[in-house]
Design a protein around this ligand. Sequence first.
Ligand SMILES: Nc1nc2c(ncn2[C@@H]2O[C@H](COP(=O)(O)OP(=O)(O)OP(=O)(O)O)[C@@H](O)[C@H]2O)c(=O)[nH]1
Ligand SMILES: [Mg+2]
Length: 296
Amino acid sequence: MAHRFGHVAVIGQPNVGKSTLINYIVGQKVSIVSSKPQTTRKRVMGISTKPDYQIAFIDTPGIHEPHNRLQRSMVEQARGSLDGIDCILVVVDGARMPDDIDESVANLVHVDKKMPVVLCLNKMDHMKAEHVVRHVEAYCALFGTEEYMLTVAIRGANVDKLLEILVAHLPERAPFYPEDEYTDQTSRFIAAEYVREKILVKTRQEVPHATAVVVESWEDREDGLAHVSASIIVDKDSQRAIMLGKHGSFIKEIGTEARLDLEKMLGQRVYLELHVRVQEGWRQNPRILHELDYEG
Ligand SMILES: Nc1nc2c(ncn2[C@@H]2O[C@H](COP(=O)(O)OP(=O)(O)OP(=O)(O)O)[C@@H](O)[C@H]2O)c(=O)[nH]1
Ligand SMILES: [Mg+2]
């Protein structure tokens, strides 16, 4: 059988399970996941290499109505991911009917009428049996495609069938990326993201959205230990106190959890040092957005 290779952009609303799905397929945590919307802030590639195909998935920030410069850049990243791809995978929350944000996603998808569109109705575990037909018909009509799969990304249910549909849309081509490469992100970016994930999972209200993480230094020591120093950027002094926690307990907890994830990903021992930096209005500040690699 001929080998197939292509790029697939994964787009949809925030919080529908795009990153969960890609991590499941790639078998590595290339993109962080949380129950808070707008977890993914920039494009991340996750590569799956099998004997008969290689797919490079482009994970994107969820499409939403932007209210600040960071959010505008996130939606731009999602739009920009449609350049040079072979297929679009739209992920939706299959447990509910489409809304106006899904319509914005559909408008984006329909810009290139010739591009194949595959639909993933995720969160099937939350779907009532009597709603399946109505939801499938509504999403297929909105996105102008007959090709869909109902999935549960957290368990990988039906993901093999979804992959079969996707692979059929890819051109017959040799693999482009080395077989052991599973992302285009640097270890520095992944380390910062793992710290941000712990913060997203463990904080509430405005705090998750007001936080960013940047790796300030990375030193691979001779004994095999990676010495990593990262800053957590927050918007206000009150958020700094939340980040530190009582007697520094919170920052210690997230540091330990992020370090364990990082050691697993790198297969290397890591010493992770975290600091908190208050930077008022950073989400509107082009210099800081550039430093964080959210803007070019
Ligand atoms: N019940 C259920 N939860 C899921 C499923 N897939 C993902 N989730 C959960 O949905 C939440 C959002 O998942 P993400 O993968 O971060 O969603 P996303 O679409 O990448 O979100 P953004 O990055 O904000 O655009 C997390 O709490 C996941 O555990 C699923 O099939 N069923
Ligand atoms: Mg995501």
